[in-house]
Design a protein around this ligand. Sequence first.
Ligand code: PLP
Length: 351
Amino acid sequence: MKKQLEQLSAYEPGLSPEALKNKYGIERELFKLASNENLYGPTPKVKEAIEQHLDELYYYPESGSPGLRKVLSEHLNVDESRILFGAGLDEVILMISRAVLTPGDKIVTSEATFGQYYHNAIVESADVVQVPLKDGGFDLEGILQSIDEHTALVWLCNPNNPTGTYFNHETLFHFLERVPSHIPVLIDEAYVEFVTAKDFPDTLKLQETFDNAFLLRTFSKAYGLAGLRVGYVVASADAIEKWNIIRPPFNVTRLSEYAAIAALEDQAYLNEITQKYAEEREKFYAIPQSEHFLPSQTNFIFVKTTNSKALYDELLEVGCITRPFPTGVRITIGFPEQNQKMIEVLQNFNY
Ligand SMILES: *Cc1c(COP(=O)(O)O)cnc(C)c1O
């Protein structure tokens, strides 16, 4: 076994609604608001697309997802050679780490960010530098200062999970200007569709200036396809060509590819959903107790408290399964009914 596996443990999912009901003897319906899924689900066109292709299950998928590649390349206006798909963004992160990192390399990222950057770096015997948060968000200046000759990858998450915070276009531009151009900067935008801030980075545009600015996105969150596993990276054609060597030949399933095409083609549905989330998000920030929340551009909110266990329990009491962290609780925004209940808890909680 690789020795470094002793430093890691397998991913621990939160308890399912069923398991929690049994554990706490809860009768009423529970809503899983712990993993930032879109509760409205994908456009109904996805179901139609899957039904149309149900008789093809015995065929392998088309390697490299050419159908989805074509539609996505037109949607983003980038060349097909610059896109690589994974079975979820998780697999993209794994493939990049595997392709790039060798023992003695370093990755630089933030503390309190998506855990897979760290996890995959350790598996590849790389060292991890986690720069402390600044004002609850990524400290790009701190990250810049931590880059040295051993740095092989820089991982940014924007907006960040689990904090919900973001950095703007100008900040990212100024950062990229100063990162040595041979170091890939991976920018994870898993929640970009939920963003309403006008100054959020146009990362596709920045890629025209910076060859080492790479963009990662997923169909799991706003597109509502977490169960089907499709994510991707937009990078230089050279990097994609190399990373593609790592890709398992049939990683994205047939049905997932058709589903993602259908989801991408229904932008009207996506807009409707993200608008609903933006409206619901506002309701949380309208209460005075929102001074305890980090600002969010996503479909979740990080509530700061030294007593996260108590807050988690109170939210569970009203039927909402959230995600506790040592410094607070991350709440995925749900349907208006659950949000109202959570807001009432947050109005009365002793932070
Ligand atoms: C959910 C999430 C991912 C993983 O997405 P999948 O496509 O479901 O694997 C990656 N990065 C961030 C920041 C996420 O929140």
